[in-house]
Design a protein around this ligand. Structure first.
Ligand SMILES: Nc1ncnc2c1ncn2[C@@H]1O[C@H](COP(=O)(O)OP(=O)(O)O)[C@@H](O)[C@H]1O
Ligand SMILES: [Mg+2]
Length: 135
C-alpha cells in the first residue's frame, strides 16, 4: 500500500489529509492515532505549500514489520531548505508569522521522526507511526 500526493496548490493540503486518512483507517489505526497521523500530514503539506518554493511531494506507505503494521510518511521538496533545523524544531519558531508548532508537533505526534535539510537544495521529513503504540 503506497500513495503519493504532490503538493503545489493549497487544496492539495486537504487532498493529502483525505488520502492519508483513508490509508490509516484501512491499516486499522484507532481514531485517535488516525487523527494524529492526519494532523501530522496536514502540517507537512502546509509546510510544502507555504515554505517550499514550488511545493513538494508526500509519500505514504504501509510498513509490515515483525509486530504491528505501521505507516511511513515522507515529505520531500527541492525548496530553499532550512538554515537551522534545530531552531526550526523549536516550539513557536516560524519564519513567516506562523504558529511555529508544525514541525515540533509532528515530531511529538509520530512515533519516530527525522528531518534533514540542505540550504538551497531542499528538505526531507520522515515519520513513522506504529499501530497500537509500538515504538
Ligand atoms: N519544507 C520546508 N522548506 C523550507 N522551510 C521549511 C519547511 N518546513 C518548515 N520550514 C521552516 O521551518 C519553520 C518552522 O516550521 P513549522 O514548525 O511548521 O512552523 P510554521 O509553518 O508555522 O512557520 C518554518 O517557519 C520555515 O521557516
Ligand atoms: Mg508549518
Amino acid at each position: 500500500m503506497i500513495s503519493r500526493v504532490r503538493v503545489t496548490e493549497e487544496h492539495h493540503i486537504a487532498l493529502a489529509r483525505q488520502v492519508v486518512r483513508q490509508m490509516a483507517e484501512e491499516i486499522g489505526f484507532s481514531s485517535r492515532d488516525t487523527c494524529m497521523i492526519v494532523t501530522s500530514v496536514s502540517e507537512l503539506a502546509s509546510n510544502l505549500y507555504f515554505h517550499a518554493t514550488g511545493g513538494g511531494s508526500l509519500l505514504f506507505r504501509r510498513i509490515d514489520g515483525d509486530g504491528a503494521p505501521g505507516i511511513e510518511v515522507v515529505s520531500d521538496d527541492d525548496g530553499p531548505g532550512i538554515a537551522d533545523v534545530d531552531l526550526a524544531m523549536r516550539d513557536g519558531y516560524s519564519t513567516s508569522g506562523g504558529l511555529g508548532s508544525g514541525l515540533p508537533g509532528v515530531s511529538r505526534l509520530m512515533d519516530e521522526f527525522r528531518i534533514t535539510s540542505r540550504l538551497g537544495s531542499g528538505t526531507r521529513v520522515w515519520g513513522m507511526k506504529w499501530k497500537s503504540g509500538r515504538t
